[in-house]
Design a protein around this ligand. Structure first.
Ligand SMILES: C[S@@+](CC[C@H](N)C(=O)[O-])C[C@H]1O[C@@H](n2cnc3c(N)ncnc32)[C@H](O)[C@@H]1O
Length: 226
């Protein structure tokens, strides 16, 4: 977790704030379940043991400078759903994770889900895929979904969670968007239900908005979020 995404309020106004342990030291796991650690993820990973995590579910920078994408800034069209959000301009998406990062990730976790796999060249990310269908209308120029690597199986799995502009799967309980590449709590809940088990220890090396922490809390999974 870097400075730009310190979370002060719950993402979904109907949800109570999570009681979490903030700023544990690297290597720590809160027995309450949710541990949030501020700092560089690679350095923090070095504090954890081999295969300590049941699952790493991660969403690293894609190296496409999405943080400064005009879709999220003042130049966006008046119709753009995200225009009113004042996302700070940042430099966090200028590079992709290094080989050393992947070495550490595969060392500390038994299984992995890695969003943005189409941006990464590491050969260990060859294998199963998850396609997240955002239900973006066909004639929109935007990307229709996102791809993840999954370490279990070699086929392409499919998850549908509506998420584009102001449109979300549950329009009565909309999630507040605080991060340009925020993934919905509902998506993480579906992933946790499908791939993990109650009580599993999950790792997210690039927490962003922290929506995975809400999902883990609700689904009774433990989390270390960096
Ligand atoms: C693709 S976003 C993750 C979005 C997240 N999945 C969500 O739902 O909000 C990547 C995040 O990683 C953070 N980040 C970039 N480099 C980092 C590093 N070295 N250590 C920890 N976090 C980092 C960025 O600040 C950004 O918030």
């Amino acid at each position: 977790m870097t400075d730009d995404n310190k979370q002060t309020k719950p993402l979904n106004s109907t949800e109570p704030a999570i009681a979490y342990t903030h700023c544990c030291v690297s290597g720590a796991v809160s027995k309450d379940g949710i541990s949030l650690i501020q700092g560089d993820s690679l350095q923090a990973l070095k504090g954890y043991g081999d295969k300590q995590f049941d699952w790493a579910i991660i969403d690293p920078p894609y190296g496409i400078d999405v943080a400064n994408d005009d879709r999220f800034g003042k130049k966006s069209s008046k119709k753009a759903a995200t225009k009113t959000k004042d996302y700070a301009k940042k430099d966090w998406d200028l590079g992709v994770p290094t080989t050393e990062f992947w070495d550490e990730l595969f060392r500390v976790s038994k299984n992995q889900i890695v969003w943005g796999v189409n941006y990464f060249a590491d050969p260990r990310l060859c294998g199963g895929r998850i396609f997240w269908d955002k239900e973006v209308p066909e004639d929109y120029t935007k990307s229709k979904g996102e791809l993840a690597y999954r370490s279990t199986g070699v086929g392409v799995d499919y998850i549908k969670v509506t998420w584009h502009g102001m449109i979300q799967h549950d329009m009565k309980n909309k999630e507040v968007r605080i991060h340009p590449t925020q993934k919905p709590v509902h998506l993480y809940k579906k992933l946790l239900k499908k791939y993990t088990s109650e009580g599993d220890l999950i790792l997210d090396t690039h927490l962003g908005s922290g929506s995975i922490a809400i999902a883990c809390h609700q689904m009774k999974r433990k989390l270390v979020g960096l």
